[in-house]
Design a protein around this ligand. Structure first.
Ligand SMILES: Cc1cc2nc3c(=O)[nH]c(=O)nc-3n(C[C@H](O)[C@H](O)[C@H](O)COP(=O)(O)OP(=O)(O)OC[C@H]3O[C@@H](n4cnc5c(N)ncnc54)[C@H](O)[C@@H]3O)c2cc1C
Length: 452
């Protein structure tokens, strides 16, 4: 698509799920629009990959039964789900000692389990006090936003393993250390994700199902419906806003519209130049939502040997780098696949290693969890999101203390003709594919209502 003097009703920046959903809504409303994407593919943090001839998700993958927007979109796009395999025992590696357990309740000491139940109840009580979409208005918002999740854990959790478990949760859910997260932001995430059990669980939780053929097919098929409006390989560098409209300077040319939907994470929106400085709160927000750190890894074996040993393939560790692992064996295929993550501080460290070094470490971790059979995979595939120019980390932009209470109001507040989308702006399932869809619907509604 060549540069044009045509003025669109709307330009959407970012063809992740948020931007694609906004584009589909604009199309349905009869608006003229252009969807501009930096990469030469759509999907953003949802991305196809390959291991031993199997297509897999290098990005977002699971869906929970509460994520209705995503389930509906998948159905419309003809992408079906299947349950995450969870038969047999799972592995919990605590300080180097492997323990086995069934279901979602980890094998911890009785005292630690009792304390965890108490802590979880308190978290759900406190997160229920946050007004929807405005956690900074909660009565105790200032107090909660003045501390990190780690300082909260140190003050309120006494048993060693309950503390360890709370830290593991932080790394697995946010790809960030609890010392990097505001306690208020943590509570808000819990609220949006229907509580800790739902966020971390498989059955009835956010990891209950996967998509046959991969979640990446959803944005790919959504893009087919707006293909003629799509401009790929066109990073946006400069946004000029005037009283009448916006002009976008991209690597493929200059484009004009009455309004703009910026469907990129705040950390990336802050790297774009604006002719009118963004309002202080908005600019401050873009400086304060760093992305988490994660490397997603698949390892393939001739057969799913762990299943034969009565194991689910799920493993969690508080010390090993490859610290969250699931079975990802595909139906109708003899080959066994494990999928998992190196996250948070381990990802920061290992991102600078060679792939061979990471591979050796990952296999050593799998041998530790599942035994010698893990020693000889037939294939290994990884995606380092920390090194990705157009994501700058994943899964999501996080918040340290002081961010939500001082800058949270700017999350969805339009700046003149610029409207904000992206999973970070969601009020349900922030950080997830579902939240991205919600944000796209909301931002499209804003621009449609603004111009009638
Ligand atoms: C490894 C991993 C595992 C995950 N697992 C899950 C999961 O199991 N379930 C789940 O629900 N979610 C999961 N997520 C999160 C989920 O993928 C994201 O929440 C979702 O994809 C975000 O969509 P988005 O549209 O808001 O943002 P993005 O997908 O980041 O889209 C933003 C787009 O903007 C583009 N862009 C950025 N800057 C510019 C610019 N200057 N000019 C033009 N374009 C630009 C980017 O290239 C990108 O395509 C996971 C993410 C990762 C990385």
């Amino acid at each position: 698509m060549a540069a044009t003097q045509e003025q669109y009703d709307v330009i959407v920046v970012g063809a992740g799920l948020a931007g694609l959903k906004a584009a589909r809504e604009l199309k349905a409303a009869g608006k003229s629009f252009l969807l501009v994407e930096a990469r030469d593919r759509v999907g953003g943090r949802s991305k196809p990959g390959e291991i031993a001839g199997q297509v897999v998700d290098f990005g977002g993958q699971w869906v929970g039964p509460q994520q209705n927007l995503l389930l509906d979109e998948a159905e419309e796009m003809g992408v079906k789900t299947y349950p995450q395999y969870l038969e047999g025992q799972s592995v919990l590696d605590l300080d180097g000692t492997v323990r086995r357990y069934r279901g979602d309740i980890p094998n911890l000491s009785f005292l630690s389990l009792i304390e965890l139940m108490r802590v979880e109840k308190r978290w759900s009580r406190e997160s229920a006090q946050l007004p929807e979409g405005a956690p900074w208005l909660a009565k105790k918002a200032d107090q909660w936003d003045a501390q990190t999740l780690e300082s909260w854990i140190l003050a309120h959790v006494k048993t060693k393993h309950a503390r360890t478990f709370a830290r593991v949760v932080s790394r697995a859910v946010f790809c960030a250390e609890p010392s990097q997260l505001s306690y208020l932001y943590f509570l808000e995430y819990l609220k949006q994700g229907h509580g800790l059990e739902c966020l971390t669980g498989v059955k009835n939780g956010a990891q209950q199902d996967k998509f046959i053929g991969g979640a990446w097919q959803i944005p790919s098929r959504m893009a087919e419906r707006v293909e003629s409006h799509l401009l790929l390989g066109a990073p946006v560098h400069y946004v000029v806003q005037t009283a009448d409209g916006v002009t976008l300077v991209t690597e493929k040319g200059t484009y004009q519209a009455k309004r703009l939907i910026m469907a990129v994470p705040p950390a990336l929106a802050g790297r774009i130049k604006y002719n009118q400085p963004l309002p202080t709160r908005r600019d401050g927000l873009t400086q304060r939502m760093p992305m988490g750190s994660v490397i997603k890894i698949h390892v393939a074996y001739e057969r799913p040997f762990w299943r034969e040993a009565g194991l689910s393939g799920m493993a969690t560790s508080n010390v090993r780098a490859f610290n969250v692992v699931f079975d990802h064996t595909q139906a109708g295929n003899d080959m066994g696949i494990l999928v998992g993550f190196i996250d948070s501080r381990h990802a920061l460290e290992l991102s600078s290693y060679s792939e061979e070094q990471r591979r050796a470490g990952v296999i050593a971790d799998l041998v530790h969890y599942f035994g010698e059979d893990a020693q000889n995979p037939i294939a290994y595939a990884e995606n380092d999101w920390t090194a990705d120019e157009w994501s700058r980390g994943c899964y999501v932009g996080t918040m340290a203390p002081g961010t939500l209470t001082n800058y949270g109001e700017a999350l969805r507040q339009p700046c003149g003709r610029i409207h904000w989308a992206g999973t970070e702006t969601a009020t349900q399932w922030m950080g997830y594919l579902d939240g991205a869809l919600q944000s796209g619907i909301r931002a499209a509604k804003e621009v449609i209502e603004a111009d009638g």
